[in-house]
Design a protein around this ligand. Sequence first.
Ligand SMILES: Cc1cc2nc3c(=O)[nH]c(=O)nc-3n(C[C@H](O)[C@H](O)[C@H](O)COP(=O)(O)O)c2cc1C
Ligand SMILES: CC(C)CC(=O)C(=O)O
Length: 352
Amino acid sequence: MRVVNLRDFEDVAREKLDPVFYDYFASGAQDEVTVAANEAAYRRLALVPRILRGAGLPSLATRVLGCAASMPVMLAPTAFHRLAWPSEGEAATARAARDAGVIMIAAMLSTITVEEIAAAGGTLWFQLYVQPDRGFTESLVRRAEAAGCRALVVTVDSPALGRNERGDRNDFHDLPPGVFCANLRGDGWSNGHVRQVVLSPEISWSHVEWLREVTRLPILLKGVLHPEDARLAVENGVDGLIVSNHGGRQLDTTPASIDRLPVIADAVAGRVPLIVDGGVRRGTDVVKALALGASAVAIGRPVLWGLAADGSEGVAAVLALLRREIENALTLCGAASAGDLGRDQVVRQGMP
Ligand SMILES: Cc1cc2nc3c(=O)[nH]c(=O)nc-3n(C[C@H](O)[C@H](O)[C@H](O)COP(=O)(O)O)c2cc1C
Ligand SMILES: CC(C)CC(=O)C(=O)O
């Protein structure tokens, strides 16, 4: 099959993957209402191009929290890449991100260590699930710092695990032999012992305050949907926000993340950069997000589809396709860069 867009990669990946792993990647919580809503919301938004601006070819290069990126697209943190590409896992993803010049947010639940991911040499941020054991959490932060990660992404939409019914039907509750959460295999642990990740409902703003003292890295909160929480985050010294519903995998029936972006942009009023993820599949989706106030978007599943299809080259192809689509969409919008886009260039389809 000839692959011409990001959705085609999902078809290739579905053919290649163990159906249980495919379901793990593709699925969301319960009825998957939010999974569908994320993509549908982009389709309901219409782009209004400006004309005759002589913008020339657009520039996609940007900076987010001091990190240069060749385009406003990041790799969202996703767990367990060795389920998609057993031989290398996240190392393959990291090489593609490095070569494309984009920021990869390494998941705490990666199947190789953060040090091994960092060995690729690209720009890396580290995603953290705060663990009730503060000493262990701090040791993960220190490892991320020492590995050269440039920001800490604290996932805050997971005080418990979402109810994944495809996983239940498939009885998928354990990783296959030889695949494990490499960062959770601590030094002091007997050979082969891997800690269980704890998603704790006790995580609170006090943990954010504590992390603020623990590290000098910029801290982003991932999974913000309420403008009041966005305001509180800024008050608590957070440096950036990821507007996200976890790709519809946590609380089902949350709103599409792109539909929350404008209210959150109003709440933070430019004080911190915003990244949005969930359902980004087209260059036009990226342009809509930028016009509505995002500094960048992040993509989750499309990276996994590329990885499952063809390892590092598959991820590279996904990023190249998206880059070409963003360039094309910006050009057709009459914009020389993201900064040229106005909120007035996005309207609801069917509205004047
Ligand atoms: C298979 C899979 C694993 C994920 N693992 C994590 C994770 O470990 N930590 C996290 O913060 N988000 C995780 N996410 C959520 C992504 O970071 C991101 O929010 C979401 O995938 C964006 O939606 P998209 O897949 O539609 O692009 C995961 C998503 C998927 C699909
Ligand atoms: C094992 C999970 C906590 C990883 C995750 O965040 C997800 O699958 O969405």
